[in-house]
Design a protein around this ligand. Structure first.
Ligand code: SAM
Length: 370
């Protein structure tokens, strides 16, 4: 399960464009800019003959209730922006989320949490925590809060705080969990030396400055405490060339990479080794990492790897359009129809057992010296 990734591809420009101003939304990449980095014109996807059963089901389903757990939230927190019928976190502070925060996506996040547990053999974390010494825990960008809830169940004597810009966490939670609205890209207001463990899972495309994120985490972590970051690479690779140039899976990495540059929030966490650089610069020691190769789909001959690929595929397909809508539409300038056809082509590829695409998941953790 654990193997070494290929050398990081340094495919980012040496100086990224300035972040998009709050409230204005990103200016879409021009056709020339897209051509220059190998992104095919959107019409390529609408020109493909796609059968009816290949199109992505966008029928929304609903679960649970959408309730804030933070009583004092200002009403602006619920002012979402809408892009092609999906809602996104509105501009509170300078936060701009590329993932929807609507019911459909929250449901997909539940599957995603399970998929992540499958990737880590059922573990919530890999840091060498001493259970007796874990009293206060912070989960940055907690999403629907399931990691925080599960962690609180496993550590009933610890207080677990989950933060996010969207109030999408459930209200029925263990007594030792609380959720707060917070933008992780601002200076953290938590007291110095106040957490035994800080978790950051899947913050790709969320963080504008990874060095600052780890500096904040270092300051707020107690001496002897751990910070852990789990994230994925954004490009699909294949060892046998079955992810072909110009295929939908090949384009996925290019679209996300360029969109991340335009938004000023990189998706190239693994490709640019941002976890290690940030942790080292902040002063963490005993930095360790585990790389997990995640097949996309069920093509892998090894049962455990195929299971990881199955769950990741299910998690993404649970809201495939939600994952790409914002980036394809607002950043690439594609129409909903073009986005939908691209999604159908990507789904068709990773469901094809002859295409052996995979990506890397990296869990990195470090200790604050005593
Ligand atoms: C990919 S989800 C990960 C959720 C969770 N950590 C997990 O692993 O299941 C990214 C989360 O980051 C949140 N987010 C986006 N921008 C943020 C910011 N500036 N500060 C805090 N959270 C943010 C989104 O609302 C979303 O819930």
């Amino acid at each position: 399960m654990v193997t070494s990734p290929k050398s990081p591809q340094n495919n980012q420009a040496s100086s990224p464009p300035p972040p998009v101003a709050a409230g204005s939304g990103p200016a879409p990449l021009t056709t020339e800019e897209q051509n220059a980095v190998g992104i095919l014109p959107a019409s390529h996807w609408t020109d493909q003959p796609i059968e009816e059963e290949d199109t992505v089901d966008d029928g929304a389903s609903s679960i649970g209730s959408f309730t804030s757990t933070t009583a004092s939230l200002s009403s602006t927190i619920f002012e979402y922006r809408t892009v092609h019928g999906r809602t996104y976190h509105g501009e509170v502070g300078n936060a701009e989320a590329w993932e929807p925060n609507d019911q459909r996506h929250v449901e997909a996040m539940e599957i995603f949490h399970h998929a992540m547990l499958v990737q880590l053999d059922g573990k919530l974390y890999l840091s060498p925590l001493d259970k007796k010494k874990v009293h206060r825990v912070l989960d940055i960008a907690t999403g629907n809060g399931l990691w925080a809830i599960d962690f609180a169940d496993e550590f009933p004597n610890a207080e677990v705080i989950g933060t996010d810009v969207s109030a999408i966490q459930p209200s029925w939670i263990p007594p030792n969990v609380k959720f707060e609205i917070d933008d992780c890209n601002r200076e953290w207001t938590w007291a110095e030396n106040s957490f035994d463990f800080i978790n950051m899972r899947m913050l790709v495309g969320v963080v504008d400055d990874w060095d600052r994120l780890f500096r904040n985490a270092f300051r707020c972590c107690k001496p002897g405490g751990y910070v852990e970051s789990c994230g994925s690479s954004i490009s699909f690779l294949s060892d046998d060339g079955s992810v072909k140039e110009g295929s939908a899976m090949d384009q996925w990495g290019k679209v996300f990479t360029e969109a991340g540059k335009r938004l000023g929030r990189p998706f190239t966490l693994i490709e640019d080794d941002l976890q290690r650089k940030g942790m080292e610069a902040a002063g963490f020691v005993d930095i360790e990492f585990v790389d997990i190769q995640c097949p996309m789909g069920v093509w892998h001959p090894e049962k455990k790897a195929a299971e990881r690929g199955l769950w990741y595929k299910i998690a993404i397909e649970a809201d495939l359009e939600g994952y790409i809508n914002y980036l394809c539409n607002l950043v690439m300038g594609w129409t909903p129809e073009e986005t939908k056809m691209y999604a159908a082509a990507a789904k068709k590829e990773w469901n094809n057992p002859k295409i052996h695409g995979y990506f890397w998941l990296r869990v990195m953790y470090g200790r604050k010296p005593e």
